[in-house]
Design a protein around this ligand. Structure first.
Ligand code: HEC
Ligand code: HEC
Length: 223
């Protein structure tokens, strides 16, 4: 009973925080323009090559990201175990997740609402801003797992890299909070509609829940 009360209190606090932030964002942010994801990723790559455009984008990104800070941290290091770090994540991945939240392929109450209200420029600037911050993983709440290490080195390294740092095409996963990793991997495992059409669904087909926990624990400890 007490545990249940604690959980529902925690949930209510989350929903309250979420509603506040969404209301503030919708008020502050302008609606998105219509351009294809490909065009926008090219625009972002061009900005990264041009020193003064890049500096302006980082400055605008920091300003536009103000309302992300209370969950993802000013430096992109998340404040809660269920929230992912954005720091050191590759910019193209951050950008494409906004598109997925906006078009419904990926669903989260706060993120889906926010993404619809970010302009194309905001998405580019914010993605660049967070990708250039330095990730500082917290000490995970779980033990590292040798079984998880074996799974990582036989399956995951092929796309996410030996170090889990990802690449231009794959997300960085090293040092994400354990709760985020476990929840996310279980969504892929159970083909949850909140992460539809992900290549990870096929990857998870050969794992069971215990293996998911083991590999999540290993990845959470990766520097
Ligand atoms: C109320 C808390 C909250 C706020 C405010 C918030 N986020 Fe999030 N964000 C989350 C949560 C929780 C997730 C994980 C959702 C999931 O599990 O799919 C997330 C996921 C993301 C992701 C996907 C990252 C990944 O590794 O998969 C990006 C990108 C992101 N947020 C960017 C932003 C930006 C940019 C802002 C500000 C405009 C913002 N968020 C504001 C809570 C928040
Ligand atoms: C065939 C390539 C491939 C393999 C193998 C692979 N992944 Fe992924 N992974 C991806 C891609 C692509 C994404 C981005 C998914 C998306 O956008 O929906 C991803 C996303 C993820 C995410 C979500 C990251 C975030 O911030 O939202 C996690 C966690 C993850 N992978 C963990 C793993 C683990 C653990 C393994 C090994 C069991 C693994 N992956 C194996 C390609 C792969």
């Amino acid at each position: 009973m007490e545990v249940h009360d604690e959980m529902s209190k925690k949930y209510t606090a989350r929903v309250r925080l979420a509603s506040f932030v969404v209301a503030a964002m919708v008020w502050v942010i302008s609606p998105a323009k219509a351009q294809t994801v490909e065009q926008l990723l090219q625009e972002m790559a061009a900005i990264e090559q041009d020193a003064s455009a890049r500096q302006q984008a980082l400055k605008d990104g920091e300003e536009r990201a103000q309302l992300c800070f209370r969950c993802h941290g000013q430096d992109g290091n998340s404040k809660r175990d269920y929230i992912p770090n954005l720091a050191s994540q590759n910019a193209a991945y951050l950008f494409t997740q906004f598109e997925k939240f906006a078009n419904g392929e990926r669903q989260d109450y706060v993120m889906s609402t926010l993404a619809k209200h970010l302009s194309a420029d905001d998405r580019i600037d914010i993605a660049l801003y967070f990708s250039e911050r330095e990730v500082e993983p917290r000490e995970p709440q779980v033990e590292a797992s040798a079984a998880g290490e074996r799974i990582y080195n036989s399956v995951c390294f092929a796309c996410h890299g030996k170090e889990g740092h990802g690449s231009a095409s794959y997300p960085r996963i090293a040092g994400q909070p354990y709760e985020f990793l476990e929840t996310t991997l279980l969504k892929f495992l159970h083909n949850d509609p909140s992460r539809a059409n992900s290549p990870m669904i096929a990857v998870m087909k050969n794992l069971d829940e215990q293996q998911v926990k083991d590999v999540a624990a290993y990845v959470a400890h990766m520097p």
